[in-house]
Every structure is written in structure tokens, then in C-alpha cells.
Design a protein around this ligand. Structure first.
Ligand code: SF4
Ligand code: SF4
Length: 375
């Protein structure tokens, strides 16, 4: 017989975060019938809803299937009891990120509006400290030249260090996640009566073909097209995803340019054109996402809004910073400082925001796929 010790606080937290009537789930299966993913996954998401209603937090923290959901909302519409499976799964993904994060306090800052001042002031204070150490924390005289305010050497050095530190945090979180998933799987196979104990096993190596298939699915946004309720999300997500990838390449080239070539680049330089195209894709995609979420406010939590608005402000302020340089605006350096804070926010918190979703989702999809192949 399986022993279950319901985590009541966990059930209340899920219900509070989503407005779900979780404990009224009657296991009718309407959510599974409406989910396009349920064809190749066992009673998804009905199984996750019963585990959530029973407060099986440890099992759910080790469930990679919650990451395969792309929050189309079809199941929530079809649920007759107001359980909102799509929203519950989104809350579970957020809960997993906090559960596995190191340092955990940064992840907690992304969860509650009470931490908003700290989340903003922390990166701003560090940038001021760096500028003070570099001896350039003042508005330069003459034509607008951002390297007079933040030299390329200090900019590249500090932002690279930040990215490396954040990535170490992301890798630690992913490693803890995969270990827990495989531990839980082994426990389930060998000792179903004790679901929350066991030794860490060796994770099976997923086949290269499986990894490529998952990456192909993510990059093509194929799963989004199967949504009935929110089909337009595939376009907005596609714009944001590829706009960001384009900007990532451009940023990499810009860093090289500051070292080996001439910088800033002319407005007609192909790299500059690619950068502006990426920024417009990002701005258009994130603007539509914000409008979409304003229409369906009950499907967004604070962490979603924090990330989305930061992302939008990052892109918009980047475009203004470019315009301020060309037109010699008097407040160009103030805009530039604001833009730098936004860049720091995105990089510093990426292991704990929607960016982390891309990492966890990729790993979880590879795990679930390799699990099916193994089975
Ligand atoms: S979550 Fe809703 S649709 Fe799914 S099994 Fe429970 S009551 Fe039925
Ligand atoms: S939100 Fe969409 S993808 Fe996620 S479980 Fe519901 S129907 Fe499936």
C-alpha cells in the first residue's frame, strides 16, 4: 500500500497562486482528453492534478512532465470543476525553479512583489559600484560616447563575469533537478511504497537523435501550433525566441568589435541591421505577449510579469539608447544607465525566470523522451 502524507501548505499555496479549486478534481479526464500532449504521455495532466490535490509535493518536484506543458490553456477551459490544470502546472514549474535554485534567495525575489525594490536596487547598486571603481561615475562632457561613461574593458569584463556566475547557478539548478528526477524514478521502480527516499542512480544517456528532435521541436515551436485556445502564442513566442537568439549573436560580435574592430558600428553595418531587426522582433513579440496577458490576467503570476516587463523595457530602452546617441539627447547617459540595469536584471535572474523555463523544459523533454524510448 502506498503511504501518502499530504502537504496541506503546498495544496493551499497552489490554490492561492492560481485561484484553482484543486481539491474538487473528480478525475473525469476532460483535461487529458483536451491536451494534445496526452497522446504520448500517460494520463497527462490528470495524473499531475491528483498528485497536486493530494499534496504530493516531493513527487511533483521530481516530475519532468510538468515542463512539457506549453500553457495553451485548453485543459483549463475544458475542466468542469475550475481546477485550472494549465495554471496549476505553471505554478508547479515555478515551484520547481525555486526548489532547485542556488542561491535560493534570488529565486525567491522573483516570486513576490515585496522583493521588487531589492530585485531592482541590487543590480543598480552593483553597477554604480563598478562605475565608481572605474572612476567614470559622472556624466561625460562633449558628444555622446557611452564608452566614456562605461569603458569597454569594464563593461565586457563585468558583464562576462556576471554571465558566468549566473550560468553556474543555472547549471547547479539543472543538475539538482535531473538527479532528483532519476532518484525518484528508481525509487518508484524498486520500492513503490516509499516514494520519497532512495540513492542517486546513474542517469541514462539520452541518444543524440532524441536531443536533436527535442531541440527541433523547441526551435520550430511545433507544439504551440496544436493549441486551440491560444494559437497566436506560437507567433509571439517565435518572435521573442528568434529575436533574442539574433541579438545574442549580435552582442557577441559587438564584444569582439570593441576588442578587434571599430566600435560603435555604423547604422548600415550588416551586424547593426541584424541587431535592429532582432530588437524589433523582440519588441513586437513581447508587446503582444503583454497585451495577451492583460486579456487573461488570471493566467499570469508575478514572476511572469516581472520577466516580461523587464524584457520589454530592456528592448525598448536599448532602442532609445541608440537613438539618443545619434541625436545627442541630453539625457542619453541616464537612459544608458537604465538600460544597463535592465541588462543586468535579465542576466542576473535568468536562472530563476522564464529563461530558466527554456533550460528546464529542454532537459525535461529529453528526459521524458529517453524514458519513453527506454520503456
Ligand atoms: S482537473 Fe478538471 S478536467 Fe481534469 S480530471 Fe480533474 S476535474 Fe476533470
Ligand atoms: S495547458 Fe495545454 S499543454 Fe498544458 S496541460 Fe493543459 S492542454 Fe496540455
Amino acid at each position: 500500500m502506498i503511504e501518502i502524507s499530504p502537504d496541506i501548505a503546498f495544496i493551499e499555496k497552489l490554490q492561492g497562486a492560481t485561484g484553482s479549486q484543486l481539491t474538487t478534481c473528480m478525475q473525469c479526464g476532460a483535461c487529458t482528453a483536451s491536451c494534445s500532449l496526452s497522446e504520448d504521455q500517460d494520463v497527462f495532466p490528470r495524473k499531475q492534478m491528483i498528485m497536486a490535490a493530494w499534496g504530493m509535493r516531493d513527487r511533483l518536484m521530481a516530475d519532468p512532465h510538468v515542463w512539457t506543458c506549453h500553457q495553451c490553456g485548453d485543459c483549463s477551459v475544458s475542466c468542469p470543476r475550475g481546477v485550472k490544470p494549465g495554471e496549476i502546472l505553471a505554478a508547479l514549474r515555478q515551484e520547481q525553479i525555486v526548489h532547485y535554485s542556488k542561491p535560493a534567495f534570488l529565486a525567491r525575489w522573483m516570486q513576490k512583489p515585496a522583493f521588487f525594490p531589492a530585485a531592482i536596487l541590487f543590480p543598480a547598486a552593483i553597477i554604480i559600484l563598478i562605475l565608481s571603481l572605474a572612476g567614470t561615475f559622472s556624466i561625460p562632457e562633449g558628444p555622446v560616447d557611452y564608452s566614456e561613461f562605461f569603458s569597454h574593458a569594464w563593461l565586457n569584463g563585468s558583464f562576462t563575469a556576471l554571465f558566468v556566475l549566473s550560468t553556474i547557478g543555472a547549471v547547479i539548478g539543472l543538475r539538482r533537478f535531473t538527479r532528483n528526477v532519476f532518484t525518484q524514478r528508481t525509487v518508484q521502480k524498486t520500492n513503490p511504497d516509499k516514494p520519497d527516499q532512495g540513492q542517486s542512480p546513474q542517469a541514462p544517456q539520452p541518444a543524440l537523435r532524441g536531443i536533436l528532435t527535442v531541440l527541433g521541436r523547441i526551435m520550430s515551436h511545433r507544439d504551440f501550433n496544436s493549441c486551440d485556445e491560444q494559437k497566436s502564442r506560437s507567433v509571439t513566442h517565435f518572435l521573442v525566441f528568434w529575436g533574442f537568439i539574433l541579438l545574442l549573436f549580435v552582442t557577441f560580435f559587438a564584444i569582439l568589435s570593441t576588442i578587434f574592430f571599430e566600435y560603435p558600428l555604423s547604422i548600415l553595418n550588416p551586424i547593426k541591421i541584424a541587431g535592429n531587426l532582432g530588437a524589433m522582433m523582440l519588441l513586437a513579440g513581447s508587446s503582444f505577449m503583454i497585451l495577451n496577458r492583460l486579456r487573461k490576467r488570471d493566467q499570469s503570476n508575478y514572476a511572469d510579469w516581472f520577466f516580461l516587463l523587464s524584457f520589454w523595457l530592456l528592448t525598448f530602452s536599448g532602442m532609445l539608447v541608440e537613438g539618443a546617441r545619434f541625436h545627442e539627447w541630453s539625457f542619453a547617459y541616464h537612459l544608458y544607465f537604465f538600460h544597463l540595469v535592465m541588462v543586468w536584471i535579465i542576466i542576473l535572474y535568468y536562472p530563476y525566470t522564464k529563461f530558466a523555463h527554456f533550460l528546464y523544459r529542454t532537459v525535461a523533454m529529453i528526459i521524458t523522451r529517453s524514458g519513453r524510448q527506454a520503456g
